[in-house]
Write a protein that binds this ligand. Structure first.
Ligand code: FES
Length: 194
């Protein structure tokens, strides 16, 4: 099958981690309007370490999609959810070795499905969260009080600064409006006291 580059062919013919994890903590789906391909990741997340302990995929699509998804499940094992959500297409393409531009949407589908899984993980985690502190960023397990402390001790003004300081917001990004609210509250209260 000379049609595919070697590493792509190897993952296509021997895909890793095919299937679905029952009771997965995170599920992410994505579909392509370009070619009609579908992809689904199911992820098991270790609650103690907040790291991805297992990842499986199901896909209907071409060899590039199968190879990208197979490789992605290997890459994200051991990552925090936020690291997986932030995995970019260039990293996947680099690992695959060679992806023609007209197939880059296959790799983009992996990134979109990971992002969807991180958002799904956030929703389920927040619903089940029983900790005393409000959890803001589920991708990196950052609480509200930690963000407040970091803002206060470093006089941070923007979400980007908070993200650089503690990673909160660097994954799926769905917590960024909450980080902005915490910043607004902090500075409104502080300015009112002056
Ligand atoms: S919840 Fe995903 S980046 Fe914070």
């Amino acid at each position: 099958m000379p049609f595919y580059p070697e590493h792509v062919r190897e993952h296509f013919l021997n895909p890793r981690n095919v299937g679905e994890i029952s009771g997965a903590e995170a599920v992410g789906n994505a579909g392509s309007f370009v070619c009609g391909a579908l992809l689904r990741f199911t992820l098991q997340v270790d609650s103690a370490t907040q790291r991805i302990a297992d990842a499986k995929f199901k896909a209907t699509g071409c060899g590039y999609l199968i190879a990208s998804a197979s490789l992605t499940t290997e890459l994200i094992r051991g990552m925090k959810m936020g690291e997986a959500a932030a995995l970019n297409e260039d990293e996947i393409m680099r690992e695959l070795g060679c992806v023609p531009p007209y197939k880059s949407h296959c790799v983009a589908l992996c990134r979109e499905a990971l992002h969807a899984a991180a958002v799904n993980y956030r929703q389920t985690t927040l619903e089940e969260w029983t900790g005393e502190e409000a959890l803001i960023c589920t991708c990196f397990g950052v609480s509200e009080s930690r963000i407040e402390t970091i803002i206060q001790s470093n006089s941070l003004r923007t979400v980007e600064q908070v993200t650089r300081a503690c990673h909160a917001g660097a994954g799926c990004g769905s917590c960024q409006p909450l980080i902005q609210d915490i910043l607004d509250d902090y500075w409104r209260t502080k300015d009112a006291r002056v």
